[in-house]
Write a protein that binds this ligand. Structure first.
Ligand code: SF4
Ligand code: SF4
Length: 314
């Protein structure tokens, strides 16, 4: 393979990916994850905190060593894409539920970028991932200096907080890794205090089986009576441990506003309770909400409506 200079390729990747809208581009050396992360992942599985996401258990050996996923990899290029803050349509739907499904958006961007890269450096081979591959994207984002692991177990970037989607390029060329950023959570515990279900068992430890993002999106079995009581009006996802994070506050004025729980818009909920399957497809077909299907969506909307009415909200 013709030698590609380190700085030339790094600059090409940084400039090209930033031009496509990625706010963070960082580089890390692939390999087995560090001992602390390995123990944490194995303990997490042992505790059963992955719930019904059995694929996480099955793919863990690959997740723990990215070279098992792509043996040719010599550099992990971690990417962050900003998605902004929720616009306050009601806390029952996570802010990203209103956006075009980020998997599609980022996969298309990476496909386009891949074509440009192959034209410029035909000798490069690569694989791309957006969330669904057995790659520990948050771990690699930390290693590549995009941010640090927050106590809410999400990547926190200095510029965009945790309002970022992650993606990865695995390339067959060794490049100088970037430096890690320091953990800036300090003594803050706002995310742990804001979690309504106790899913954040302690800093950096998420019991997914109690997390609203899991129960309303990932969990593919009918909810038990106990799980239903945890929902507390959630329909799709949950932003509460992000909304309170100081790194997600762009200005003092908005900080004050965002720290309030967003009022549930029961008028919108009532309307959503009436939509049929076709309307659900029309309205949410391009968004991540489509993943859960109309039946689960409708059941969760009705449960939320019931919850808010019991709270006295009309
Ligand atoms: S997403 Fe919601 S339920 Fe899950 S850890 Fe964060 S605050 Fe808790
Ligand atoms: S809310 Fe505080 S503890 Fe939680 S991730 Fe943000 S800075 Fe860290």
């Amino acid at each position: 393979m013709t030698a590609v200079s380190d700085w030339k390729l790094k600059n090409y990747l940084k400039d090209g990916l930033r031009e496509m809208g990625f706010c963070g581009v960082g580089f890390a050396s692939p390999g087995l994850v560090d001992e602390e992360t390995r123990s944490h992942c194995l303990e997490w599985l042992h505790l059963g905190y992955h719930g019904s996401m059995g694929w996480l258990r099955q793919s863990m050996p690959v997740r723990l060593d990215v070279r098992k996923f792509y043996p040719e990899v010599k550099t992990v290029v971690s990417l962050a894409f900003p998605w902004g803050r929720p616009e306050g349509k009601g806390e029952f739907l996570s802010g990203y539920a209103w956006l075009t499904d980020y998997h599609r958006v980022l996969e298309q961007k990476l496909k386009d970028f891949r074509s440009l890269l192959k034209r410029k450096f035909p000798e490069i081979r690569l694989r791309t991932t957006v969330d669904t591959s057995p790659v520990l994207e948050k771990y690699w984002a930390v290693q590549a200096g995009l941010g640090w692991m927050g106590k809410n177990t999400l990547l926190v970037t200095p510029e965009y907080g945790s309002w970022v989607f992650l993606a990865t390029l695995l390339i067959n060329v060794p490049l100088t890794p970037d430096l890690k950023k320091e953990d800036r959570c300090g003594r803050c515990r706002l995310c742990l205090e804001a979690c309504p279900t106790g899913a954040l068992r302690k800093a950096y430890l998420l019991n997914a089986t109690r997390c609203l993002a899991y129960l309303t999106v990932e969990h593919n079995q009918p909810l038990t009576a106990e799980e239903k009581t945890l929902l507390q009006g959630a329909v799709f996802g949950c932003d509460r441990c992000q909304v309170v994070c100081p790194f997600n506050q762009p200005s003092e004025k908005e900080t004050c506003h965002l720290k309030q729980r967003q009022p549930a818009n029961t008028a919108l909920l009532k309307e959503l309770a009436t939509i049929n399957h076709e309307e659900f497809q029309r309205r949410f077909g391009q968004t991540p909400v489509i993943r859960i299907g109309w039946e689960k969506f409708r059941a969760q909307v009705l449960a939320a409506l019931n919850y808010y009415q019991e709270q006295g909200m009309r």
